[in-house]
Design a protein around this ligand. Structure first.
Ligand SMILES: [Ca+2]
Ligand SMILES: [Ca+2]
Length: 339
């Protein structure tokens, strides 16, 4: 079959799309809302009067987002079919413009899917077609590799490189699904490139099951570990004196997003939260006085392995008692393996 001798980078069709629109028949027109919106804003400013300094639109600095890294190179890639062993699906994500994926010839409906290994924010998809391009296709994303949603539904009239920009799109799997092809051969891509951003950190309960110690325990039913067992009915209770403390060992230094205290009726009316990397040198995170008990969220931004709550005054004549002492942190998903 013919090979496109043209440098695929010679020309590029650029689309800007916003999510998510249901597929509609026919090619997607280039988005023109940006210039229109700017023009309207400029008119609105002018209408307010001459006291305002109006910056001509042409002189306004362009807002350029940070460049998004290429996420798809070397990631697991599968396809509906291949023309032969020399045209494997992974050839479309190997970063090499002299290798390509090519499908079987029998049907217009083919697909190629790249697995980014984690859910990512997807900002751009570039298609570098061989001469056997698809005339109609969709770009779809999925979190599970089964249920896909369409984020672009363009048409193409040539094999020119096509680039699609997105905002607010996230997914783990990115799929090209072809519906029409330009030649009697299959469909073929030199490169299928997905750009985006690393995963966002997620908030996780770090203290669950962590080693927990306390200055005292009222009895065997009121162990310190009851405060980190994620059981809202079990609780730690101290002896009936001040001060008292309860401490959690997170096992390693963590970024602490927040601490939630779920007090029993015997709460502390004054307390301090401290963090430490080594359990020896402590740094005060916050001091609360007076405290009204109930459920209290201390917003963090601290770092440390050990988190200690020290109570200095009691609301009742009993000890102090916590149903739960929850330490939340931010965790990033593990990076994908190096291909
Ligand atoms: Ca390639
Ligand atoms: Ca508990």
């Amino acid at each position: 079959m013919p090979v496109n001798d043209d440098d695929p980078g010679d020309t590029m069709t650029v689309f800007t799309l916003v999510p998510p629109s249901a597929p509609t028949a026919g090619p997607t027109a280039p988005d023109t809302r940006g210039p229109v919106r700017r023009a309207r804003a400029l008119l609105a400013v002018v209408a307010l009067g001459a006291a305002l300094v109006v910056v001509p639109a042409a002189a306004a600095p362009a807002l350029s987002p940070p460049p998004a890294p290429l996420l798809s190179r070397g990631m697991p890639t599968t396809a509906s079919s291949v023309e032969g062993p020399a045209y494997a699906a992974k050839n479309a994500t190997d970063g090499n413009l002299s290798t390509r994926w090519s499908s079987a010839f029998d049907t217009d409906k083919q697909w190629l899917t790249v697995d980014l290994l984690h859910k990512r924010e997807i900002s751009r998809v570039d298609l570098t077609w061989e001469a056997a391009y698809a005339t109609v296709y969709s770009i779809d994303v999925s979190d599970d590799g089964v249920n896909f949603r369409t984020i672009a539904y363009p048409g193409a009239s040539s094999s020119a490189k096509q680039s699609f920009s997105f905002a607010g799109i996230a997914g783990r799997y990115v799929r090209l699904a072809t519906l029409g092809k330009a030649t009697q051969w299959g469909v073929s891509l030199w490169e299928f490139e997905v750009f985006g951003f690393p995963p966002q950190p997620v908030r996780v309960l770090l203290s669950r099951g962590a080693v927990t110690t306390a200055s005292s325990e009222e009895g065997p039913n009121f162990r310190a570990s009851n405060a980190t067992d994620a059981d809202p009915t079990s609780r730690w209770a101290s002896l009936w004196s001040d001060p008292q403390w309860i401490q959690v060992d997170l096992g390693r230094i963590e970024t602490i997003d927040s601490v939630v205290l779920r007090w029993e009726a015997a709460w502390a009316s004054a307390y301090t939260l401290d963090v430490s990397d080594d359990g020896v040198a402590w740094h005060q995170a916050t001091h609360v006085e007076p405290s009204s008990g109930g459920t209290q969220t201390l917003v963090g931004g601290w770092s440390g392995r050990y988190v200690r709550l020290t109570t200095t005054a009691r609301a009742t004549s009993y000890g102090v008692s916590l149903f739960d002492f929850e330490v939340y942190g931010l965790r990033f998903p593990p990076p994908p393996p190096t291909p």
